[in-house]
Design a binder for this molecule. Structure first.
Ligand code: PEP
Length: 258
């Protein structure tokens, strides 16, 4: 039995303007119940974080940044730092596959972002996962190893307690290609085993690990029941009040069942 809390996080990506985000949150507030065993996290567009931080009931929802720069201040035109986000958000997504692949973020940048989040009291949600080609070549465990070692390189055992890992196979993100729960089980096992190797057995048992990739209300429970999965990172389905609330509801009560 584990005492790890479930996390259901919605990544709204580049959707909703400020007003739409506010209305969406208002509607979500009516549908998502507060449960002590589930943390519901919303990652809206950067623009909406400040207004939503004033609107949100922080007992019901936590806010997350989808991205941020790894320096705290400076000449980085167009960027927003973790220092500027401090106090607005509880979480920050780091290393999402869209950042890695579209914006060419490297493990070095990702590791610096993890550090920036930690020093600004933001919990990093470190996303890792293999591409379709890497999967077909049997490289999933190697990718998990490299991205974990790369992203966590400067993280101490004490800091690890604030980190959440999200296993997101790239081929399953936004594609409707569902990963098999058995694939997710193997990947999560590889993640915990790598954490055990780096930080010891207690850390491997404590760290929260999420799954993400085309999760919908009807597939959520199967993933949440995979051994070692502590929640879900949801993209497309988080843009529907009905679907996201349904997914969040499915996480309640599972922590005690494991
Ligand atoms: C994501 O963007 O992290 C994600 C999992 O997206 P989707 O649920 O749409 O696959």
């Amino acid at each position: 039995m584990t005492r790890r809390k479930k996390i259901i996080a919605g990544n709204w990506k580049m959707n909703f303007n400020i007003q739409e985000a506010s209305i969406f949150l208002h509607n979500l507030e009516k549908e998502v119940a507060v449960h002590r065993d589930v943390e519901v996290v919303l990652a809206p567009t950067m623009l909406a974080l400040q207004p939503l931080s004033l609107q949100v009931n922080r007992r019901q929802f936590k806010l997350a940044a989808q991205n941020f720069h790894f320096q705290d201040y400076g000449a980085f035109t167009g960027e927003v730092s973790a220092t500027q986000l401090r106090g607005l958000v509880e979480y920050g997504i780091v290393g999402h596959s869209e950042r890695r692949h579209i914006f060419r973020e490297t493990d070095k940048m990702i590791r610096s972002k993890v550090q920036a989040a930690i020093r600004n009291r933001i919990r990093p949600i470190l996303c890792i996962g293999e591409t379709a080609q890497q999967k077909s070549e049997g490289e999933t465990a190697d990718v998990i190893h490299d991205q974990l070692v790369g992203g966590l390189a400067n993280v101490t055992s004490d800091e690890l307690k604030d980190i959440v890992i999200a296993y997101e196979p790239v081929w399953a993100i936004g594609t409707g290609n569902n990963a098999l729960p058995s694939d997710v089980k193997h990947a999560i096992k590889a993640i915990r085993s790598q954490i055990r190797h780096l930080y010891g057995a207690a850390a491997a048992e404590e760290i929260q690990v999420l799954y993400g990739g085309s999760v919908k209300p009807d597939s959520a429970t199967a993933y949440l029941q995979v051994e070692g999965v502590d929640g879900l990172l949801v993209g497309g389905a988080s843009l529907s009040v009905h679907d996201f609330a349904a997914i969040a509801a499915k996480a309640h009560g599972l922590s005690e069942d494991e």
